[in-house]
Ligand binder design. Structure first.
Ligand code: 2HA
Ligand code: ZN
Length: 272
């Protein structure tokens, strides 16, 4: 099978195109990585060949040894993935030690994986353990309204979670565990990788102040929807603040009633 025709590559392309249309990926902003299943690897095996040296990941991810990932390219534009997948995305393999990777397909034209590879692989490592292997996606984007709110709301998990839970009735059901906030940091390094992974122990959605959002998902749909739902809540919040602020809202009591009827466990820390 041609790599670009494999269902997981088609799902990857659909997410990047939808997200571009959403306005989340100006220029080379954002990155997306997918941990392939054994079936995915088998489907494209004939096209996988070492196409680079072994290169350092920058963090250690032992439990990802020998795994394959479909990743976006550094400096490449999400907008262009649909036009030329082999130039803008690629498949990498992690080595035996979980310290290095090798390009196995794509990233044509001397491409390299996303600059956020350390954050992605450290988060994949953690979420793989926490979900017994169910989590497959780590996704970073630059959604406008979430970024805008990081200039106005306190940079605290509780402030963001509570504000965004209140912006649409079903949001608390989508992210009942809440949302984490990383203070401003230099992107691309081990420090932001560790801080994001620390928050991913509790949450599936993490905000990078004045930069964007970092989410995970068991499927492309789930990862896209985590980004979409949080960003839509942020858009409502920006509109409400622009109209002079809340005159009424969904109360803590209402949120508790909602959680009871929908049988979800809301993070109690954010309910007082
Ligand atoms: O890939 O968004 O954070 C470009 C970025 C880095
Ligand atoms: Zn970014």
């Amino acid at each position: 099978m041609k790599t670009t025709e494999a269902p997981f590559v088609q799902s990857y392309i659909r997410l990047t195109h939808d997200a571009w249309l959403k306005g989340w990926h100006e220029r080379n902003g954002g990155n997306l990585t997918y941990r392939m299943t054994d079936e995915d690897v088998a489907a494209v095996q004939e096209n996988l060949k070492p196409a680079s040296e072994w290169l350092p990941i920058g963090v250690e991810v032992k439990n990802l040894a020998n795994e394959y990932f479909l990743v976006s390219g550094t400096g490449r534009f999400m907008r262009n993935v649909i036009l030329d997948p082999a130039a803008n995305i690629g498949i990498i393999k992690v080595d035996e030690q979980g310290l290095n990777y090798q390009i196995m397909w794509g990233l044509e034209g001397a491409g390299r994986p996303t600059s956020e590879l350390p954050s992605h692989l450290l988060s994949h490592s953690l979420k793989k353990d926490l979900t017994n292997g169910a989590n497959r996606i780590i996704y970073h984007a630059h959604p406008t309204n979430i970024i805008a709110l990081t200039f106005v709301l306190p940079l605290e998990d509780k402030a963001f979670t509570r504000e965004l839970w209140e912006m649409a009735t079903e949001d608390a059901i989508v992210f009942p565990e809440g949302i984490g906030v990383v203070p401003w940091m230099v992107p691309g390094g081990a420090e932001i990788a560790r801080e994001s992974a620390r928050l991913f122990k509790k949450y599936n959605i993490v905000i990078w102040a004045h930069h964007g959002m970092f989410v995970c998902g068991k499927s492309f749909d789930e990862a896209f929807s985590n980004m979409d739902t949080a960003e839509k809540a942020a858009e409502i919040c920006v509109k409400v603040l622009s109209m002079g602020g809340k005159k009424q809202t969904i109360s803590a009591e209402n949120l508790k009633q909602l959680a009871k009827d929908f049988k979800v466990q809301l993070n109690e820390e954010f309910l007082d």
